[in-house]
Design a protein around this ligand. Structure first.
Ligand code: F6R
Length: 251
């Protein structure tokens, strides 16, 4: 794993955007795996600025998002479809039909999960997957205990995840209890992974990830076995200033 520690969230976002832009320029037909949540917002902002200033084009790019809440339609401001449209897709030249997100209001979740996997396979898989991490080590919405072999599936969200995400909803009661997420096996098939970690509240998760122990109770730990992972973290997440701080470099 390559580890790069950035001064703060702003620098982290800039560094992540630089990597994404580089991959898109090298392969304008890239398939990108995207994440929602608070962490990638700054990265998306940088991509939009670069698109307007330097004309990086997403016309031939396809994107697959990691997850979507069950029961929320795309018009719902709390859905991840709405988030992605507002935070990125509506501000760059990507074709909206090339932006794939699981359908949260499907009548048949089994079929929807299979359809998503098939679409991914037909595209030849994800070239670069952007990830965030939950404090409990979740990636996508794969909560602790999820099989490392899992493919796109329905999950019951952990109470800690519901609490953490309540900040985006009018009240905690309105946070959906279930979601569709790419599986850990699906994520691990990506050719390259870029994990973004920001803030002191993620410090413990970073330490556990970098301990090297691989365990289904800490889903992100599987990233230790992926051949091409870069972790970008800010100083707060790296615990810089602490005695057991993380150092830049390869592990
Ligand atoms: C989002 C996702 C989640 C988040 C994680 C961190 O699509 O799949 O795994 O990346 O919950 O969220 P933030 O960035 O809000 O701390």
């Amino acid at each position: 794993m390559k580890i790069n520690i950035l001064e703060d969230y702003q620098e982290l976002s800039q560094a992540a955007a630089t990597i994404l832009i580089d991959r898109v320029k090298k392969n304008p037909k890239s398939t990108l795996g995207l994440a929602t949540g608070g962490t990638p917002k700054g990265t998306y902002q940088q991509l939009i600025t670069d698109h307007h200033q330097n004309g990086t084009s997403y016309q031939h790019v396809t994107t697959f998002n990691l997850d979507e809440y069950l029961g929320l339609a795309g018009e719902n401001p709390n859905s991840y479809r709405y988030f992605m449209n507002a935070q990125l897709f509506h501000h760059i030249d990507i074709k909206i039909e090339n932006t794939l997100i699981p359908n949260g209001v499907t009548m048949n979740t089994v079929e929807e999960c299979q359809r998503y996997e098939q679409l991914l396979e037909a595209k030849g898989g994800v070239d670069l997957q952007l990830l965030g991490i939950g404090s409990n080590g979740h990636i996508g919405f794969n909560e602790p205990g999820t099989s490392f072999e899992s493919r796109t599936h329905v999950v019951d969200l952990a109470s800690t995840t519901i609490k953490a995400n309540a900040r985006f909803f009018p009240s905690i009661e309105e946070v959906p209890k279930q979601a569709i997420t790419m599986g850990i096996g699906t994520i691990m098939k990506s050719k390259e992974i870029l994990l973004l970690v920001s803030g002191e509240q993620k410090k413990a998760a970073v330490q556990r990830l970098l301990s090297g122990e691989v365990n289904e109770e800490f889903p992100a730990s599987i990233l230790n076995q992926h051949p091409n992972v870069t972790i970008l973290m800010d100083k707060a997440a790296a615990g810089q200033g602490d005695r057991h701080r993380v150092l830049n470099g390869s592990y």
